[in-house]
Design a protein around this ligand. Sequence first.
Ligand code: GUN
Length: 281
Amino acid sequence: MAVILDGRVYADMALDAVAEKVAALKKRGITPGLAVILVGDDPASQTYVRSKGKACDRVGIYSRTMIMAGDTTQAELEKQIAQLNRDEKIHGILLQLPLPPHLDEQHALSCISPEKDVDGFHALNAGRLMLSLEGVQPCTPKGILFMLKQAGVPIEGAHAVVVGRSNIVGKPAAMLLLRENATVTLCHSKTPDLKAQTLQADILVAAVGKPRLITADMVKPGAAVIDVGINRVNGRLVGDVDFENVSGVAGYISPVPGGVGLMTVAMLMDNVVSLAETSLA
Ligand code: GUN
């Protein structure tokens, strides 16, 4: 049976460290602040946004949630972002994705000041990641690396296979694993024989959004399997990994719920603090 990578344990660890950093900043007269912009009323996004607010309360970060109507125009959204760019109480700005289809996501993200880009989605920060320069790292990939390191999973020299090439998870996860000296394969929907690739993985990251895509026959015995999928099936949350069967083959496995999702929020808190610290420098 695989070791369960319990997101609560690792997220608590990370959040306790963040709370200490927040306390230190407050002693210097700075309260780190996060603004979250939610456009529309997607229920899943509402849930994520609430959990971000709760995490802020827990660690002592000031938070503000801006809820904008589903028919908000690009200009209205970008005006809101510009206001937050100027707001001295706010160190991090998070634009909850996905946006309603009439809005240009990439353009809106490019309006967030790179110094307040808490997700690391601005082209400048994505470029910094690509070049292995200092900068904010996207929260979910950063959380994956945190979990793997805390669990003692060797990354250097490992073969990491990432399934899914999104800008939010797949691509940045591949870059971070590469930076830690893994050999990285990045797979996607046009990869011809996915199983042949995943069977090579010492570290397997599934970030596609297809329920139970990764089955036990696709996993190398002893591998560390990280499930980033959040899919609703008959009202139940399931990941991209067939947890019941894969946990009999893998060496480590992260559950859904209770795995990577909690890490994402914890790393978001860490990023807010980093941006607040950088703003002092
Ligand atoms: N939607 C799903 N994941 C994320 C994330 O990490 N950041 C933002 N802004 N939106 C998301």
